[in-house]
Design a protein around this ligand. Structure first.
Ligand SMILES: [Mn+2]
Length: 215
């Protein structure tokens, strides 16, 4: 039996998986890519009894492959906030889909986990450009403004990392970035303890400066 963790390589997908694996650590095959690469299920060849966790990629886009995998006997939990089309009814499929404009996959996972890894959901919501939802989710944590600012920058930095045509264009392949992130229960420790944050933040600032200069 094999586990597959299949996630969009942006902040929302990565932080959704981070929350789930902090709660329920497991070794899994990681399937991910650049932000725009959402046909991730076509890369999976699962068998009966295998377990798939799918995060932040449209079910509609992956419907054919989802059916193939379910027919093969795989079990699947599917978390997402994009338009899903017809959600198949299948004993082996559990969906957690909410297309409300003020939510994202990490906030759906946060609800699923009753807020137990809330800090990572806040990072993701900022990364998905949902500042209001991020602040709302963060309110019970009573973070100071400096912390909120850093969580926001981290979300934007992880999101920025996922933009490119291929994984070679990215500063960090999302699977590698997840492997680095997964050691950190608290994103503030990741910010303070890993050079990744500074690298991405500086690259993002450079890009913005160049864009401003070009305009
Ligand atoms: Mn998302």
């Amino acid at each position: 039996m094999q586990f597959y963790d299949i996630f969009n390589g942006d902040a929302d997908g990565l932080c959704a998986l981070q929350q789930l694996r902090l709660e329920d650590p497991r070794a899994a095959v990681l399937v991910t890519g650049v932000k725009r690469d959402i046909r991730l299920l076509e890369r999976v060849n699962a068998r009966a009894g295998d377990e798939l966790t799918v995060l932040d990629i449209s079910l509609r886009t992956n419907a054919g492959d989802l059916k193939r995998l379910l027919d093969a006997g795989a079990r699947c939990r599917y978390f997402d906030h994009h338009a899903a089309g017809d959600i198949p009814q299948h004993a082996n499929l559990k969906t957690f889909i909410d297309t409300a404009p003020d939510t994202c996959t990490s906030l759906i996972v946060d609800r699923y986990l009753s807020g137990r890894q809330r800090l990572w959901a806040v990072v993701a919501a900022f990364g998905d450009n949902l500042a209001e939802a991020a602040l709302h989710a963060a309110a019970p944590l009573r973070l100071d403004d400096g912390d909120l600012q850093r969580l926001r920058q981290l979300g934007e930095a992880i999101n920025y990392n996922a933009y490119g045509d291929t994984v070679d264009d990215l500063h960090y392949p999302p699977a590698d970035l997840f492997e680095t992130v997964r050691a950190y229960r608290d994103p503030r420790d990741f910010i303070n303890g890993e050079p990744v944050f500074e690298v991405l933040r500086n690259a993002l600032a450079d890009d913005l400066e160049r864009a401003a200069a070009a305009a």
